[in-house]
Design a protein around this ligand. Structure first.
Ligand code: TRP
Length: 360
């Protein structure tokens, strides 16, 4: 009989370092990551710099800068790599990842990869000429294949089978990442049935507001669309960006009846209710907007105050973090991750019969 051990409580998630992080990242992911580090999870936060190369291969300098900025942003929101359960991991430093990716690509269902909605969306925006991707004149193989490399990201840092019923691999992400978790599970089920049990299935977890619209009301906050508020934006910049936010197009004058549910400013008040509710409750805000007793200028001013209340401590911690030993955090986190990764990979190679004990 197996002797009982403590359950595996693993968190794996990641972010592509292509620039500073913004409120969309915060609402969809970072806020939840920060909370989860206080639970009894072992947390691996991946700076997916190789994945960043899928769209920024020609800008290595930009990625180096972004790894630094994202590390600062992560520290800014309160992720704490000095806690024993929190590890910042640099993807390209984990040599085990490309090896696992190669093996997994042999069992990843190609039709699923091709149908992966994230990939399809991104391919569509390349075809439409999205400025952020204009340097990718032709789609590269790495880009087409990145969902499989993300399967390796998700699975490498969890110890291999035998697993217990209460073992858990949790992937806290924004809504757009869910298809990746589904592909992960289809891929590893294939692996486990072919070669015997090695991998643990992943579960995703979404925040209450998994997506934040851009300041222009477009579906998503995205640097390439120029509709973001960065976590490191100073107070005056936040004020300016909020002042020019899109609102309900049918509400021109204060007295016009508004439609809060269609207004990006109101959607932000919802997403940041904890901060803005101290100024005016959501219910009052919606009612007064509809009645024509609350104007957009005032409503925006209050949003700017709420956002600055949220961002003040983040900006403070971020500034302090500029003096922190960033490189040490990244090296220690990555070393810890590789330790687990090597165990997983050894089990994979054995399951796939790649050790060839009979050959002497
Ligand atoms: N695809 C994610 C993004 O665009 C980043 C990422 C890479 C990731 N590997 C991951 C997310 C593993 C969750 C799990 O931000």
């Amino acid at each position: 009989m197996n002797t009982a051990r403590l359950p595996i409580r693993r968190i794996l998630t990641g972010i592509r370092p292509t620039g500073k992080l913004h409120l969309g990242h915060f609402v969809g992911a970072l806020q939840m990551w920060e909370q989860l580090q206080h639970e009894d999870y072992d947390c691996y936060f991946l700076l997916a710099d190789v994945q960043a190369l899928t769209t920024h291969a020609k800008e290595p300098g930009l990625i180096e800068e972004a790894v630094k900025e994202v590390t600062l942003d992560m520290l800014g929101v309160g992720l704490d790599p000095t806690r024993p359960n929190v590890h910042f991991v640099v993807q390209s430093w984990v040599r085990e990842l490309p090896e696992l990716y190669t093996y997994l690509s042999m069992v990843a269902p190609f039709s699923d990869v091709r149908r992966n909605p994230t990939l399809k969306d991104e391919m569509a925006s390349i075809e439409k000429g999205d400025v952020s991707l204009s340097e990718v004149k032709k789609t590269t193989l790495g880009f087409i294949d990145y969902p499989v490399s993300q399967v390796a990201d998700i699975e490498l840092f969890t110890p291999p089978a035998p697993h217990q019923k209460d073992d858990e691999l949790l992937v806290p992400v924004g809504e757009d990442q869910v298809p990746h978790v589904e592909l992960t599970n289809r891929t590893i089920r294939n692996f486990n049935t072919t070669y015997g049990e090695v991998f643990l299935e992943a579960k995703y977890r979404l925040t209450k507001f998994p997506r934040l619209v851009g300041t222009d009301g477009q579906a998503k906050m995205s640097k390439s669309l120029g509709n973001v508020i960065q976590l490191s934006d100073p107070l005056e910049v936040v004020n300016k960006k909020v002042a020019v936010m899109f609102t309900d197009t049918q509400k021109i004058h204060t007295a016009d009846p508004g439609h809060p549910e269609k207004c990006p400013v109101y959607l932000y008040h919802q997403a940041f209710a904890k901060q803005s509710g101290t100024i005016r409750s959501l219910e009052d805000r919606a009612a007064q907007c509809r009645q024509g007793t609350l104007g957009c200028v005032e409503c925006k001013k209050e949003l700017a105050v709420a956002l600055n209340n949220l961002l003040d401590p983040i900006r403070d911690r971020r500034t302090k973090a500029e003096k922190a030993p960033l490189r040490q955090y990244l090296e220690e986190g990555t070393a810890k991750a590789r330790e687990v990764g090597q165990q997983t990979l050894a089990a994979v190679r054995q399951a796939m019969h790649l050790e060839y004990p009979k050959i002497r």
